[in-house]
Design a protein around this ligand. Structure first.
Ligand SMILES: Cc1cc2nc3c(=O)[nH]c(=O)nc-3n(C[C@H](O)[C@H](O)[C@H](O)COP(=O)(O)O)c2cc1C
Length: 155
């Protein structure tokens, strides 16, 4: 299994989740910040995992650009999944909760954009929770991320 975990992260929380996912997958795994990825890296992989903080209901601009520029042809035959970090609904006020429900999160956005390119996602997009804008992650999220990653391989 040759896997690539690509992430963006402003405060380090999404990076921690990406590294936990990377450690949970056996085989040839690379975990790269989005600025370190070059297009050739996408060739000859079996599994691509894309992660982003949710910012304004969306992935960050670099993640949006990466997906936009990915050729459907390159992604053919690759298993792709998406994750994000986000606020938990129970931690935000009613007004913001309504907005978040309408606006959505980064991972479903990534999934939707990849589907437009003909990619089938191996598992539904997943969100991992932070306690505040800068983190930290909620208790147990690193372990949940590792379990989620193991589930992808077993799928
Ligand atoms: C400008 C900005 C906008 C944000 N918008 C949202 C949002 O729409 N929904 C949400 O759940 N969290 C939102 N957040 C919280 C981020 O999801 C949180 O900062 C992120 O999970 C932290 O990950 P990181 O440490 O990898 O940057 C926002 C944070 C910032 C800084």
């Amino acid at each position: 299994m040759k896997a690539l975990v690509v992430y963006d992260s402003m405060y380090g929380n999404t990076e921690k989740i990406a590294r936990s996912i990377g450690s949970a997958i056996t085989g040839d795994v690379k975990v790269l910040r989005i600025s370190e990825v070059n297009p050739s890296e996408l060739e000859s992989i079996d599994l691509l995992i894309v992660g982003s903080p949710t910012q304004g209901f969306r992935p960050t601009k670099p993640v949006q650009t990466l997906i936009k520029n990915m050729a459907g042809e390159t992604l053919k035959g690759i298993t792709v999944v998406a994750f994000d970090t986000r606020f938990a609904e129970s931690d935000v006020g009613t007004g913001l909760r309504l907005l978040i429900n309408m606006g959505g999160y980064a991972a479903p956005y990534i999934a939707k954009e990849l589907k437009k390119k003909g990619v089938n996602l191996a598992v539904p997009p997943e969100g991992f929770f932070v306690k505040g804008k800068e983190g930290p992650l909620k208790e147990g999220e690193l372990e949940r991320a590792a379990a989620w990653a193991k589930g992808i391989i077993e799928n």
